[in-house]
Design a protein around this ligand. Structure first.
Ligand code: CLF
Ligand code: SF4
Length: 321
C-alpha cells in the first residue's frame, strides 16, 4: 500500500497479497506507481445510459476524462490487437482500463474485450470506470471477467443534489428524470459499491467538484464511502460545458480544501491526469496524444534513427507551411 498515506494503516480496507501487488503497480491507485507503471485504455464503450448536465457527447465521458474529440471506438478484437502492439513497445503497462467514451456497463463490448484480454494477458490488472447505474446487476459479469479495480463516479448521495447534476437516466428501457432518476442512480451506486467491496474489488470513487452544487456535500460522500470500504477518492474539477457551461470551475485552492476535508475519511488521489478513453503509456505521458513523428523520436535507438526522425519532422513542418 502507498506509504505516503497516513490513514492507510488505520482505516483502509485490507487486501490479500495478490491484490496488494496490483495496487502497488496501478498508476492511479498508488501515487508512486505513476512514474513506473502505465495503463492502456481501450475505447470500446460508446453508449451511455444517463445524461450528466456537464456532458457534451462530442467528448469522452468527463466523469473520467478530459475534454477532447471523442476517442475512436474500437471493436473488442481491434482492442486486443492494439493491446498486443502497445505492450511490445511499452512493457511497463500493467493495467488495462475501459473508461468510455460512454459508460462501460452500458456496452456489452466491455465484457467481450475483457474476456479477450484476460485470456491472452492473465497477469494484467483489469480496471473499469462507470457511472454505477447498472453496477448491482452487472457485478457478476465484472467479477467473472476478472476486473479487480473499479471506479464509480459518485457526484452526490443526496438525491436532491444528484437531480441537479444528472438530467435523466435510461434504466431498463424507461427514462426517469429529476429526483426520480436521481434516487434510482444513488441507490444503485451505493448498493453496487458495497457489493463490489464485499466481493473483494478495490474500489475508487471519482467525484466531480461542482461549485455551488455539490461543493459543501462532498465531505458527506467521503464519510459514506468510508463506511462502504472504498479504497481511494479522486475529486476532479468540473469541466464547464453543456448545461453547466456558465458555472466557474473550482480553483486549485478550493479543490485542495475539499480534498483536505475528505482526507480523514478516505485516501485522496491527487495525481489524476483526467486522461482520454484511449490513453496509453504513463499517466503523465499519454502516447495516444502524440504525433506519429514524436512517437518515432521517442523510440529511436541510434544516431541514424535520430536523423531520420528529424527529417520526418522537418518534412512535416514544410507540408504544414
Ligand atoms: Fe483508467 Fe481510471 Fe482505471 Fe486509471 S484512469 S479506468 S483508474 S486505469 Fe487514472 Fe486517468 Fe485519472 Fe482515471 S489518471 S482519469 S483516475
Ligand atoms: Fe457523459 Fe460520462 Fe455522464 Fe455518460 S456518465 S453522460 S458519458 S459524463
Amino acid at each position: 500500500m502507498p506509504e505516503d498515506n497516513p490513514i492507510n494503516d488505520i482505516d483502509s480496507p485490507k487486501f490479500e497479497e495478490g491484490l496488494l501487488r496490483k495496487i502497488a503497480e496501478h498508476p492511479c491507485y498508488d501515487r508512486k506507481a505513476q512514474h513506473k507503471y502505465g495503463r492502456i485504455h481501450l475505447a470500446v464503450a460508446p453508449s451511455c445510459n444517463i445524461q450528466c448536465n456537464f456532458c457534451v457527447r462530442d467528448f469522452d465521458c468527463v466523469n473520467e476524462s478530459r475534454p477532447g474529440v471523442t476517442s475512436k471506438v474500437l471493436t473488442p478484437q481491434e482492442a486486443l490487437e492494439k493491446t498486443r502492439q502497445v505492450l511490445i513497445d511499452y512493457p511497463f503497462i500493467k493495467v488495462v482500463g475501459i473508461a468510455g467514451p460512454g459508460d462501460p456497463l452500458a456496452n456489452k463490448e466491455t465484457f467481450e474485450t475483457f474476456e479477450l484480454i484476460k485470456k491472452e494477458f492473465p497477469d494484467l490488472t483489469l480496471c473499469m470506470s462507470t457511472n454505477g447505474l447498472l453496477l448491482p446487476e452487472k457485478l457478476e459479469d465484472i467479477l467473472r471477467v476478472g476486473v479487480s479495480t473499479l471506479t464509480v463516479t459518485i457526484n452526490a448521495i443526496d438525491p436532491e443534489i444528484q437531480a441537479k447534476i444528472v438530467d435523466h437516466i435510461v434504466y431498463h428501457g424507461k427514462v426517469y428524470r429529476g429526483i426520480e432518476g436521481a434516487k434510482i442512480q444513488v441507490k444503485n451506486q451505493l448498493e453496487g459499491v458495497k457489493a463490489a467491496v464485499d466481493a473483494g474489488v478495490v474500489v475508487k470513487v471519482n467525484t466531480v467538484l461542482i461549485p455551488g452544487i455539490n461543493d459543501k456535500h462532498i465531505v458527506e460522500i467521503a464519510r459514506k464511502i468510508n463506511e462502504l470500504g472504498v479504497y481511494i477518492m479522486n475529486i476532479m474539477p468540473l469541466i464547464n460545458q453543456g448545461a453547466f457551461a456558465n458555472i466557474e470551475p473550482p480553483t486549485t485552492e478550493e479543490r485542495r480544501a475539499v480534498q483536505q476535508a475528505c482526507e480523514p475519511y478516505v485516501m485522496q488521489m491527487r495525481h489524476c491526469r483526467q486522461c482520454r478513453a484511449d490513453a496509453y503509456g504513463l499517466l503523465a505521458q499519454d502516447m495516444s496524444q502524440m504525433s506519429e513523428e514524436r512517437r518515432k523520436l521517442i523510440k529511436i535507438q541510434t544516431k541514424e534513427d535520430i536523423e531520420k526522425a528529424r527529417e520526418i519532422l522537418k518534412e512535416n513542418g514544410k507540408q504544414k507551411a
